[in-house]
Design a protein around this ligand. Structure first.
Ligand SMILES: NC(=O)c1ccc[n+]([C@@H]2O[C@H](COP(=O)([O-])OP(=O)(O)OC[C@H]3O[C@@H](n4cnc5c(N)ncnc54)[C@H](O)[C@@H]3O)[C@@H](O)[C@H]2O)c1
Length: 266
Protein backbone atom coordinates (compact mmCIF):
# COMPACT_ATOMS: atom_id res chain seq x y z
CA UNK A 1 0.00 0.00 0.00
CA UNK A 2 1.27 3.46 -0.87
CA UNK A 3 2.17 5.21 2.37
CA UNK A 4 3.77 8.62 2.84
CA UNK A 5 3.46 8.70 6.62
CA UNK A 6 6.29 10.79 8.07
CA UNK A 7 7.21 12.27 4.69
CA UNK A 8 7.05 15.88 3.58
CA UNK A 9 5.99 16.99 0.11
CA UNK A 10 6.03 20.30 -1.71
CA UNK A 11 3.70 20.97 -4.64
CA UNK A 12 3.90 24.02 -6.94
CA UNK A 13 0.79 25.40 -8.61
CA UNK A 14 -1.18 23.54 -5.96
CA UNK A 15 -4.12 25.91 -5.51
CA UNK A 16 -6.31 24.16 -8.05
CA UNK A 17 -6.44 21.65 -10.89
CA UNK A 18 -3.81 18.93 -11.17
CA UNK A 19 -1.60 20.42 -8.45
CA UNK A 20 -4.50 20.47 -6.00
CA UNK A 21 -5.27 16.80 -6.76
CA UNK A 22 -1.60 15.85 -6.24
CA UNK A 23 -1.53 17.68 -2.90
CA UNK A 24 -4.77 16.07 -1.74
CA UNK A 25 -3.72 12.56 -2.76
CA UNK A 26 -0.29 12.87 -1.13
CA UNK A 27 -1.89 14.15 2.09
CA UNK A 28 -4.50 11.37 1.96
CA UNK A 29 -1.60 8.88 1.97
CA UNK A 30 -0.05 10.52 5.03
CA UNK A 31 2.36 13.15 3.69
CA UNK A 32 2.63 16.58 5.23
CA UNK A 33 2.15 18.84 2.22
CA UNK A 34 3.29 22.39 1.61
CA UNK A 35 0.85 23.57 -1.02
CA UNK A 36 2.39 26.45 -2.93
CA UNK A 37 1.03 28.74 -5.60
CA UNK A 38 1.60 32.21 -6.95
CA UNK A 39 -2.10 32.72 -6.16
CA UNK A 40 -2.43 35.91 -8.18
CA UNK A 41 -2.70 36.74 -11.83
CA UNK A 42 0.24 35.92 -14.12
CA UNK A 43 0.57 39.05 -16.24
CA UNK A 44 0.10 38.62 -19.97
CA UNK A 45 -2.25 35.61 -19.83
CA UNK A 46 -5.79 35.74 -21.22
CA UNK A 47 -7.32 33.49 -18.55
CA UNK A 48 -7.30 33.76 -14.76
CA UNK A 49 -4.65 31.97 -12.77
CA UNK A 50 -5.64 30.92 -9.24
CA UNK A 51 -6.34 33.37 -6.43
CA UNK A 52 -5.50 33.16 -2.74
CA UNK A 53 -8.98 31.87 -1.84
CA UNK A 54 -8.35 28.77 -4.01
CA UNK A 55 -5.01 28.13 -2.33
CA UNK A 56 -6.48 28.55 1.15
CA UNK A 57 -9.44 26.32 0.22
CA UNK A 58 -7.16 23.52 -0.98
CA UNK A 59 -5.31 23.55 2.34
CA UNK A 60 -8.57 23.78 4.32
CA UNK A 61 -10.03 20.83 2.38
CA UNK A 62 -6.95 18.71 3.10
CA UNK A 63 -7.08 19.56 6.79
CA UNK A 64 -10.86 18.95 6.92
CA UNK A 65 -10.23 15.49 5.43
CA UNK A 66 -7.81 14.73 8.27
CA UNK A 67 -4.58 15.54 6.43
CA UNK A 68 -1.75 17.90 7.26
CA UNK A 69 -1.00 20.82 4.93
CA UNK A 70 0.06 24.44 4.90
CA UNK A 71 -0.12 27.13 2.24
CA UNK A 72 2.82 29.11 0.89
CA UNK A 73 2.81 31.85 -1.70
CA UNK A 74 5.51 31.71 -4.36
CA UNK A 75 5.99 32.45 -8.05
CA UNK A 76 8.12 29.68 -9.57
CA UNK A 77 9.97 32.39 -11.52
CA UNK A 78 11.33 33.62 -8.17
CA UNK A 79 14.25 31.37 -7.15
CA UNK A 80 14.86 33.17 -3.86
CA UNK A 81 11.17 32.88 -3.04
CA UNK A 82 11.35 29.15 -3.75
CA UNK A 83 14.30 28.78 -1.39
CA UNK A 84 12.09 30.45 1.21
CA UNK A 85 9.23 27.97 0.75
CA UNK A 86 11.67 25.05 0.90
CA UNK A 87 12.74 26.44 4.29
CA UNK A 88 9.07 26.48 5.30
CA UNK A 89 8.72 22.82 4.30
CA UNK A 90 11.87 22.04 6.29
CA UNK A 91 10.11 23.31 9.42
CA UNK A 92 8.57 19.82 9.33
CA UNK A 93 12.15 18.51 9.55
CA UNK A 94 12.67 17.02 6.08
CA UNK A 95 11.74 17.17 2.42
CA UNK A 96 11.04 13.98 0.48
CA UNK A 97 8.78 14.72 -2.47
CA UNK A 98 8.51 17.61 -4.91
CA UNK A 99 5.77 17.91 -7.51
CA UNK A 100 6.83 20.58 -10.01
CA UNK A 101 3.44 21.24 -11.50
CA UNK A 102 3.03 24.99 -12.06
CA UNK A 103 2.48 25.84 -15.70
CA UNK A 104 0.58 28.24 -17.90
CA UNK A 105 -1.18 28.25 -21.26
CA UNK A 106 -1.61 30.68 -24.11
CA UNK A 107 -3.05 30.20 -27.54
CA UNK A 108 -1.34 32.20 -30.30
CA UNK A 109 -2.86 32.10 -33.78
CA UNK A 110 0.22 30.19 -34.92
CA UNK A 111 3.50 29.38 -33.20
CA UNK A 112 5.47 31.61 -35.51
CA UNK A 113 3.12 34.50 -34.78
CA UNK A 114 3.30 34.11 -31.01
CA UNK A 115 4.43 37.29 -29.31
CA UNK A 116 7.77 37.45 -27.52
CA UNK A 117 5.79 37.97 -24.34
CA UNK A 118 3.81 34.74 -24.90
CA UNK A 119 7.07 32.89 -25.55
CA UNK A 120 8.87 34.36 -22.56
CA UNK A 121 6.06 33.82 -20.02
CA UNK A 122 5.62 30.24 -21.22
CA UNK A 123 9.30 29.34 -21.01
CA UNK A 124 9.88 31.27 -17.77
CA UNK A 125 7.03 29.65 -15.84
CA UNK A 126 6.79 26.20 -17.34
CA UNK A 127 10.43 25.32 -18.04
CA UNK A 128 12.63 27.65 -16.01
CA UNK A 129 10.10 27.57 -13.15
CA UNK A 130 10.51 23.79 -12.95
CA UNK A 131 14.29 24.09 -12.96
CA UNK A 132 14.04 26.75 -10.26
CA UNK A 133 11.83 24.48 -8.16
CA UNK A 134 14.26 21.60 -8.47
CA UNK A 135 17.40 23.62 -7.74
CA UNK A 136 15.76 25.16 -4.68
CA UNK A 137 14.58 21.78 -3.35
CA UNK A 138 17.42 19.39 -4.12
CA UNK A 139 19.81 20.62 -1.37
CA UNK A 140 17.08 20.03 1.23
CA UNK A 141 16.28 16.55 -0.11
CA UNK A 142 19.98 15.63 -0.18
CA UNK A 143 20.48 16.94 3.35
CA UNK A 144 18.09 14.25 4.60
CA UNK A 145 20.28 11.47 3.16
CA UNK A 146 17.20 9.31 2.56
CA UNK A 147 16.70 9.86 -1.15
CA UNK A 148 13.51 11.35 -2.50
CA UNK A 149 11.28 11.82 -5.52
CA UNK A 150 10.71 14.67 -7.91
CA UNK A 151 7.77 14.47 -10.29
CA UNK A 152 7.45 17.05 -13.05
CA UNK A 153 4.25 17.69 -14.94
CA UNK A 154 4.77 17.69 -18.69
CA UNK A 155 2.06 17.31 -21.32
CA UNK A 156 1.08 15.12 -24.23
CA UNK A 157 1.96 18.24 -26.23
CA UNK A 158 5.54 17.01 -25.75
CA UNK A 159 4.64 13.65 -27.31
CA UNK A 160 2.27 14.40 -30.17
CA UNK A 161 2.51 17.67 -32.07
CA UNK A 162 -0.34 20.14 -32.02
CA UNK A 163 -0.44 23.25 -34.18
CA UNK A 164 -0.37 26.77 -32.69
CA UNK A 165 1.15 25.88 -29.31
CA UNK A 166 4.74 25.22 -30.29
CA UNK A 167 5.91 27.41 -27.40
CA UNK A 168 4.06 25.13 -24.94
CA UNK A 169 5.44 22.02 -26.69
CA UNK A 170 8.94 23.52 -26.56
CA UNK A 171 8.66 24.15 -22.83
CA UNK A 172 7.27 20.69 -22.12
CA UNK A 173 9.86 19.00 -24.36
CA UNK A 174 12.48 20.96 -22.45
CA UNK A 175 11.29 19.15 -19.34
CA UNK A 176 12.09 15.81 -20.99
CA UNK A 177 15.79 16.65 -21.18
CA UNK A 178 15.79 18.32 -17.78
CA UNK A 179 14.18 15.27 -16.19
CA UNK A 180 16.61 12.80 -17.74
CA UNK A 181 19.75 14.77 -16.86
CA UNK A 182 18.60 15.31 -13.29
CA UNK A 183 17.65 11.64 -12.96
CA UNK A 184 21.20 10.65 -13.93
CA UNK A 185 22.82 13.23 -11.66
CA UNK A 186 20.72 12.37 -8.62
CA UNK A 187 20.54 8.58 -9.00
CA UNK A 188 23.58 8.00 -6.77
CA UNK A 189 21.71 9.77 -3.96
CA UNK A 190 18.52 7.73 -4.58
CA UNK A 191 16.63 10.83 -5.64
CA UNK A 192 14.34 9.84 -8.50
CA UNK A 193 13.14 12.28 -11.15
CA UNK A 194 10.20 11.46 -13.39
CA UNK A 195 7.84 13.24 -15.75
CA UNK A 196 4.09 12.72 -16.16
CA UNK A 197 2.47 13.76 -19.44
CA UNK A 198 -1.25 14.39 -18.90
CA UNK A 199 -3.67 14.50 -21.79
CA UNK A 200 -6.61 16.90 -21.78
CA UNK A 201 -7.71 17.17 -18.16
CA UNK A 202 -10.72 19.00 -16.74
CA UNK A 203 -9.15 22.09 -15.15
CA UNK A 204 -9.61 25.82 -15.62
CA UNK A 205 -6.57 25.85 -17.93
CA UNK A 206 -8.59 23.87 -20.46
CA UNK A 207 -12.09 24.95 -19.44
CA UNK A 208 -12.03 28.68 -20.11
CA UNK A 209 -13.50 30.46 -23.13
CA UNK A 210 -10.23 30.86 -25.01
CA UNK A 211 -9.11 27.27 -24.48
CA UNK A 212 -12.52 26.01 -25.58
CA UNK A 213 -12.37 28.12 -28.73
CA UNK A 214 -8.91 26.73 -29.45
CA UNK A 215 -10.08 23.13 -28.91
CA UNK A 216 -13.08 23.71 -31.15
CA UNK A 217 -10.68 24.72 -33.92
CA UNK A 218 -9.57 21.05 -33.94
CA UNK A 219 -13.15 19.87 -34.31
CA UNK A 220 -13.66 18.74 -30.73
CA UNK A 221 -10.27 19.05 -29.17
CA UNK A 222 -8.32 16.72 -26.99
CA UNK A 223 -11.08 14.20 -26.29
CA UNK A 224 -12.03 13.51 -29.90
CA UNK A 225 -11.73 9.91 -31.16
CA UNK A 226 -9.68 8.57 -28.26
CA UNK A 227 -9.02 4.82 -28.20
CA UNK A 228 -10.50 4.77 -24.70
CA UNK A 229 -14.02 6.08 -24.13
CA UNK A 230 -12.71 9.00 -22.12
CA UNK A 231 -15.21 11.79 -21.63
CA UNK A 232 -13.38 13.98 -19.17
CA UNK A 233 -10.07 13.14 -17.57
CA UNK A 234 -10.14 14.49 -14.02
CA UNK A 235 -7.15 15.94 -12.11
CA UNK A 236 -7.12 12.86 -9.84
CA UNK A 237 -6.39 10.67 -12.86
CA UNK A 238 -3.07 12.49 -13.16
CA UNK A 239 -2.61 12.73 -9.39
CA UNK A 240 -2.76 8.96 -8.91
CA UNK A 241 0.08 8.50 -11.41
CA UNK A 242 2.09 11.24 -9.72
CA UNK A 243 1.54 9.72 -6.29
CA UNK A 244 2.68 6.31 -7.49
CA UNK A 245 5.84 7.75 -9.06
CA UNK A 246 6.56 9.62 -5.82
CA UNK A 247 6.04 6.48 -3.73
CA UNK A 248 8.41 3.68 -2.71
CA UNK A 249 6.47 1.36 -5.04
CA UNK A 250 8.31 3.17 -7.86
CA UNK A 251 11.66 3.03 -6.06
CA UNK A 252 13.61 1.97 -9.15
CA UNK A 253 11.69 4.10 -11.62
CA UNK A 254 13.65 7.16 -12.64
CA UNK A 255 14.14 9.29 -15.72
CA UNK A 256 10.89 8.04 -17.24
CA UNK A 257 7.95 9.70 -18.95
CA UNK A 258 4.54 8.38 -17.97
CA UNK A 259 1.74 9.30 -20.35
CA UNK A 260 -1.72 9.55 -18.76
CA UNK A 261 -4.07 10.35 -21.62
CA UNK A 262 -6.55 7.55 -22.28
CA UNK A 263 -4.56 6.61 -25.36
CA UNK A 264 -4.81 10.02 -27.03
CA UNK A 265 -1.24 9.93 -28.33
CA UNK A 266 -1.36 6.39 -29.68
N1 LIG B 1 -5.31 20.53 -17.86
C1 LIG B 1 -4.74 19.88 -18.87
O1 LIG B 1 -5.40 19.43 -19.81
C2 LIG B 1 -3.24 19.68 -18.88
C3 LIG B 1 -2.72 18.81 -19.85
C4 LIG B 1 -1.35 18.60 -19.89
C5 LIG B 1 -0.54 19.23 -18.98
N2 LIG B 1 -1.06 20.07 -18.04
C6 LIG B 1 -0.13 20.70 -17.11
O2 LIG B 1 -0.56 20.45 -15.79
C7 LIG B 1 -0.07 21.49 -14.94
C8 LIG B 1 -1.24 22.02 -14.11
O3 LIG B 1 -2.19 22.57 -14.98
P1 LIG B 1 -3.76 22.64 -14.66
O4 LIG B 1 -4.45 22.06 -15.83
O5 LIG B 1 -4.02 22.12 -13.31
O6 LIG B 1 -3.98 24.22 -14.75
P2 LIG B 1 -4.51 25.29 -13.71
O7 LIG B 1 -4.40 26.59 -14.40
O8 LIG B 1 -5.83 24.88 -13.16
O9 LIG B 1 -3.47 25.18 -12.52
C9 LIG B 1 -2.17 25.73 -12.63
C10 LIG B 1 -1.80 26.33 -11.29
O10 LIG B 1 -0.49 26.88 -11.40
C11 LIG B 1 -0.48 28.15 -10.82
N3 LIG B 1 0.58 28.97 -11.42
C12 LIG B 1 0.59 29.51 -12.67
N4 LIG B 1 1.71 30.22 -12.85
C13 LIG B 1 2.42 30.12 -11.69
C14 LIG B 1 3.67 30.63 -11.26
N5 LIG B 1 4.40 31.43 -12.06
N6 LIG B 1 4.11 30.31 -10.04
C15 LIG B 1 3.36 29.52 -9.21
N7 LIG B 1 2.17 29.02 -9.56
C16 LIG B 1 1.70 29.31 -10.79
C17 LIG B 1 -1.87 28.71 -11.08
O11 LIG B 1 -2.20 29.76 -10.20
C18 LIG B 1 -2.74 27.47 -10.88
O12 LIG B 1 -3.13 27.32 -9.56
C19 LIG B 1 0.56 22.52 -15.86
O13 LIG B 1 1.96 22.34 -15.88
C20 LIG B 1 -0.04 22.18 -17.21
O14 LIG B 1 0.79 22.61 -18.28
C21 LIG B 1 -2.40 20.31 -17.98
Amino acid sequence: MIDFTGKVALVTGGARGIGRACAQLLAEAGAKVLVTDLARQVEGLTYDTAGSSELERTVADIVAAGGEARAAYVDVRDFTGLQGVVEQAMEWGRLDVVVANAGVASWPHTTWEATEDQWDVMLDVTLKGTWNTVRAAVPAILAGGRGGAIVMIGSTAAVKPLPTIGHYAAAKNGLVGLCKSLALELAKDSVRVNLVHPGGTATYMTENPQAEQWQASFGGGATLELPMPVKRMEPEDVGWAVRWLASDEARYVTGTQLVVDGGATL
